[in-house]
Design a protein around this ligand. Structure first.
Ligand SMILES: [Zn+2]
Length: 311
């Protein structure tokens, strides 16, 4: 009988791994380094070896394992084929086939942001919902969209890339993707820092942000202290993200919008700045959406990867 499932989240520097029971309790978690040399050819064998090791440590037989789910920082199609993961040195190949051939356990693979959304829906902030938009606000803006309980992957696994929705025709700086005016340029941690620096340079308005480091954290800390300039920056961030999410909601009609990533550590105050712009711009049929914060933090990826196998 199947009792266990593994969730694996492959990042550019570490691979996070979790052993779950099929009800969704995390029994054990650990990390191994990501060896990206030789075009990342060691990564999957390392994952397999670590799983074999855990199985013998816990005295679990392979027939007790439903499967291994894997989240990857790149587009992965529905057949488990990755279409380039630049950070890992990977080109185009089947993750599923490669790992099944080493491990002889069923394998499922997906894009890491999409997989994280699945994790938040299964055991995190969006638990109990089936129509979910997750916006992960970190160095960039990642996203995952779940419709009727299913992850929206699209043709090549690039579905749910909400960070690169075009928001501003007048932007002069380029986004990491090469375009100009992407949502990520205003709603990521990097984007908030940039908005703050632009605002500080615009005139001599006093602000606590003039003394010391500027980051998404210091901006929201200043907002909480009542700093007027920091509040202006937060409004601009909220305008971009709230409007962007209203555009997405026009297509997806979610029940819940879940905000995650490092920026979401600011707490509920984030929602206070985003929701008014969402409500101002969204189609009336999607006004009743619930805004929540992600709760799984860095573990969302392993939860979601495990859930991929149980789908
Ligand atoms: Zn972009």
């Amino acid at each position: 009988m199947s009792k266990y499932v593994f969730g694996v989240d492959i990042g550019g520097t570490t691979v996070k791994m979790g052993l779950f029971d099929v009800e969704g309790s995390l029994l054990d978690k650990w990390e191994i380094p990501t060896r990206t040399e030789d075009n990342g050819s060691k990564i999957l064998p390392d994952v397999a070896a670590s799983i074999e090791e855990k199985l013998s440590e816990k005295q679990i037989e392979k027939k007790e394992v439903t499967g291994v789910g894997i989240g990857v920082p790149g587009p992965v199609d529905n057949d488990g084929v990755v279409h380039k993961a630049v950070n890992l040195g990977w080109g185009v190949f089947s993750i599923k086939e490669t790992l099944v051939n080493i491990l002889h356990i069923p394998v499922m693979a997906g894009n890491d942001a999409n997989v994280a959304a699945l994790g938040e829906m299964w055991q995190g902030g969006a638990k109990g919902y089936e129509n979910v938009v997750l916006a992960t606000l970190g160095t960039g803006v990642g996203g995952g969209i779940i419709i009727n309980g299913k992850v929206l992957n699209g043709a090549t696994g690039a579905g749910g890339e909400i960070g690169h929705i075009h928001m501003n025709d007048d932007e002069t700086e380029s986004c990491g993707c090469g375009n100009k005016g992407c949502l990520e340029q205003y709603a990521s941690a990097t984007g908030i820092t940039r908005l703050a620096k632009r605002r500080l340079d615009a005139d001599h308005t006093p602000s606590v942000l003039r003394n010391g480091e500027i980051s998404a954290k210091t901006v929201f800390d200043a907002v909480k202290q009542g700093d007027a300039l920091a509040k202006e920056v937060a409004e601009e961030f909220g305008r971009y993200l709230g409007t962007g999410l209203s555009v997405i909601a026009g297509v997806v009609n979610p029940e819940v919008i879940c905000l995650g990533g490092g920026v979401s550590k600011a707490g509920e105050i984030l929602i206070d700045y985003v929701k008014p712009y969402y409500l101002k711009n969204v189609f009336h049929g999607s006004k009743d959406v619930k805004f929540v914060l992600a709760t799984l933090g860095n573990d969302a990826g392993i939860y979601g990867a495990a859930k991929l196998v149980l789908e």
